[in-house]
Each structure stands twice: as structure tokens, then as C-alpha cells.
Design a protein around this ligand. Sequence first.
Ligand code: G3I
Length: 349
Amino acid sequence: MGENPLSAGGGRRPRAGTRRLLVAGALGALGTVTALAASVPAGAAAGTLGAAAAQSGRYYGAAIAAGHMNDSTYVATWDREFNAVTPENEMKWDATEPSRGSFRFTSADQIVSHAQSKGMKIRGHTLVWHNQLPSWVSGLSTTDLRSALVNHINNVMGHYKGKIYAWDVVNEAFADGGAVGTLRSSVWTQKLGNGFIEEAFRAARAADPNAKLCYNDYNIDDANANKTRGVYNMVKDFKARGVPIDCVGLQSHLSQGSVPSNYQQNIAQFAALGVDVQITELDIGGSGSAQADAYRRVTQACTAVPRCTGITVWGITDKYSWRSGDNPLLFDGNYNKKQAYTAVLDALN
Ligand code: G3I
């Protein structure tokens, strides 16, 4: 609130080229600068999204679907460009606990094993959501629903304990309309009340104390929108009362004309509450230079705020995007790099 977006950049780490110059300068005093300069040219830019993001300690991830892992170009592009992953559907409730108490991790494990073999960060998505919920859940009594919630969190987080960088503990709990703070009506609110979010976060902290716990939502990109204010107030309240929460995920499903002018200020206002911010499901409908400009702005907004720790795009290629008609991703249907790709890479560098 009242945050100066420009001041958020004050803590930004020096760019890689600047750091290399500083190192070269220091070593020059020791008489070794000539050899070093030949191997690490000052101002050299990283050639992939992951490497470029890593220069400032951030990750650049993609949502991956296990069902596409037989597409060798898909996997090759993932491995080459990205250093983080979010399973697109494989960790959701309908996939992991299709019937009560019976857990399945085969598809999610496929993604996790591959990511681990490449040293990637893994975001867990998602533990508590009103969507992709098997029908048995909505038939439970209040008491059973509460124990099913905790049991689900314990089993899924337990299975991946120590392997997940951040979990989307609760996804999309806030309503799109209504007064600030209005939650979406769901089986969760109807049977457990608004406190279900807090219950989920407390259970999650106990299940894997080392994973970062995030609240994740869409349409919370505008700093002043009612939905954003509701999430902001919840995070502030959780921090004040010691309810465990470590991060806010801005899904950021956007269009080239819809990146809010206060997007960076929004990231900064959440960060000022003492949580990390991650852009978790980025895709921007559009084309050409306008799409590229929108991607550049989003990228720069994250890199300007020290606690914005990484960006995940919601897919690799337009051909598999959930919004295929919008062509919202960084690679076209033939895995060619789009203008948006170059804009992101340049912004990260
Ligand atoms: O698995 C079945 C398959 O067996 C069947 O043949 C096929 C026929 O349609 O459907 C398959 O399931 C689909 C699933 O994706 C896997 O492809 C579902 O119908 C489809 O609804 C589901 O869509 C996913 C959507 O979440 C569901 O809400 C998208 O892939 C996924 O990208 C999308 O991701 C969400 C985030 O989790 C939360 N934020 C919004 C985002 C976009 O909607």
C-alpha cells in the first residue's frame, strides 16, 4: 500500500555483466585479469531462460504435462531452457487421490524424477482447490471432510517431502466479484467455513516444514482490485497471527493489453508483507511485438523486486496450451522461439 514501485528495485542485485567486471577488476589487482577476461567476457548474456534467471538467484520454470513427455522436442526444450517445473495436472486431487484414501503418484512421479535428474526446482500444484476434485469429496460430512483434507495434505506432501521447493497449498479460494475478502462458494466454505484456508496452511506446515507454502490465484495482478485486496488482507492477517504462509502466487493469465500498470507495485506490496512472490502460471495472449512488450514488462516487474523469486510459464509450446487459440506462450507450435521469448531473455539478462 502506498509502495513506491521504483523503490522496490533499490535492493536489486547487480547484473551479471557488472558482477563480472567487479570480479575482473579485483583479480586485475592480483595480476591475473588477462587469463580471466578471455574465459568470462564482461557483459556476456546467458543464452537460456533458466540460466539467465539464475544470474539473480531466480528460477524460470514451465508447467509440464506427463502426457507430452513422449514428445522428444518438448522434453529437449524443457531441459534446455528451464530450471524449474510445475506439474500441470498430475498433483491435483483427482489425479492423486481419485478414491478416498487411495493415492496414486505415477504421473507426477514421472515429472518429479525427470526434474530431479536435471537439478530443477519443483513447484507442487495444488493441494486444496474447488476444481479437479473427485466427486467423493463433496459427499462427505463436515467431520469427514476435515479429516480428508488433512489426510490428503499429509499423504501428498509426505510422498514428496524434501523434494518440493514451494507448494500451492490453497488455489483460487477468492471470488471474482463482491466485496473485498469474499471467498468463492465451494464445498470447502460450505462445510468448513472460511477458516479452511488457515486449516490447510497449518496442516501443510506440519507435513513438510521445509517447503514454502503459497496461496495461489488468478486476477490478483492489479494492486487495487477487490480480489487482490482480499488476498492482501488475508496474508497480512496470517502474518500477524502466525499462521504459516511463505509466498503468494500470481498466476498471471493475461493478454497483451491487460498487464496492469501497477503490476510491479502489486508484487512489491505483497513482498512488503514478508512473503515471497512467484509468478506461477504466466501466459499472455497476443502476438508479435505487443505480446513481447507485455512479457518484458512482467519479467522486469519481477526482477525489480528482490522477493520475487521466480517465474513459471503455463506451458512450453502454444500447441499444448490450455488457451491454444490465444497463442500465449514463448514457443510456437513448432518450438520456434517467438519475439516474446527474446524479450524475456533480454529482460532477465
Ligand atoms: O485426463 C483427461 C483425459 O483422460 C481425457 O481424454 C481428456 C479429454 O478431454 O481430458 C483429460 O483431462 C483434462 C486435463 O486437463 C488433462 O489434459 C481435463 O478435461 C481438462 O479440464 C484439464 O484442464 C486443465 C485445467 O487446469 C482444469 O481446470 C488444464 O490442462 C490446466 O492447464 C489447467 O490449469 C489451471 C491451473 O491448475 C490453475 N489455474 C488455472 C489454470 C488454467 O485453467
